[in-house]
Structure formats: C-alpha cells, structure tokens
Design a protein. Sequence first.
Length: 56
Amino acid sequence: MDTNPEKYKLGLFYFDPKDSRVILPKVNRMMGWTLNFGHPVTYLILVAFIALLIFV
C-alpha cells in the first residue's frame, strides 16, 4: 500500500483502519515516519512511550 495523503486528518495524523501497517513513511519520505492512528496497536505504543517518560 502506498501512503495516501487523503488519509491524513488535519494534515498530521494518518488514520486508515484498513491499512495493516502501524508505522509507515510520511507522504514526503524525507520527513520521516508516522503512526497509523486507525490501528489499535498505535495507542498501545503511545501509552507505553508516555509511561516510559513518566517513570524515567
């Protein structure tokens, strides 16, 4: 699957529940990677990251 710019909410958040990828390249690949907020694993990653920041 290619990264579809129409799947971005507010131009920042990629949201596509049909896309099985959790981490994918941004539309402009020079800008890095993004998370698919339509995938439930994304929220587990965010909670784990925030918990790590709090406990460290």
